[in-house]
Design a protein. Sequence first.
Length: 339
Amino acid sequence: MASSPARRGAEQDAMTLVVFQKLLAILLAIGLGYVAGRARWLGDDQPVVARVLGNIAFTVFVPALLFRTTARLDLGTLPWRTVSAFFVPALAVLFASYAWSRGERERHGPSAAAVRAISTSFGNSVQLGIPFAAALFGEAGLGIHIALVSLHALVLLSVATTLAELDIAHAHAAHAGARSVAHTLGLTLRNTVLHPVILPVLAGLAWNFTGLGLHSVADEVLVMLSDAVVPVCLVLIGVTLAAYGVRGRVRAAIGVTAVKLLVLPALVLVVAHWVFGLAGTPLAVVVMLGAMPVGSNALILAQRYRTLEAEATAAIVLSTFAFAATATLWLGVLAWLAR
């Protein structure tokens, strides 16, 4: 039975309130990190503090989250058509942004293009995306969203990390002079596999294939570490904002924000609807996942490779503010398409 206009209006108001509260909570957590940085509560050398926080998140908390996710992932139940409808355009944006940003290597180091690429393609799919999907699409939509989230970091972070390590290996080989192709490939493979993103993914998949499951104690430890990812990353954004500021990076951050909030969801809409034939709730879920603001993992990657930290921070904050307007835009487009 179709819902009445009054009921739809009440549901829309409830969704707006939930999203507003979540946005406010995110911004307040970032603000707390900024105050801690400005007040030097965590130390006097703010860039070092930000780097230490980023390293802790990248080498302890994020690997725990990735390992637990892949170890528990049920590949047989994933909606692969919907998954493809999101990740094909998301990876297209990632690679296009990477190719467009290759010139940044001269000014910001060999991994700058990969960091820019993850900023334009990786969204805040958990702390904002999950309550957004639950409030707007209900249990059915949330199930689709969770299936996509289970692969979100695994796919996009793994690809961006591989690109960064390839560029670093190429730069080192060029700087060191002529080396054998086998040596360069071996170094790249080693640094890519023995990496805080790739290694836990491979280990989690290997454990998944054994069918042994996770012991309750081990799972409890992984849950505790995984739960720290969101608060640490939000505080890290604020501390990094205090340490580096955004001067000189606002224009670049606006460009990243425009690609993330406008170009990516538009491409997802076209590919998902007219190539993969999605409609209704599955289409709305993948489009709104693409429309999420820049996720905090972009800053973690920037901290890891010590490049574009200020730009990643500015893009996260700016896109989070702008999401209130662009989300309304995409919901309107989806409503028009559904008529």
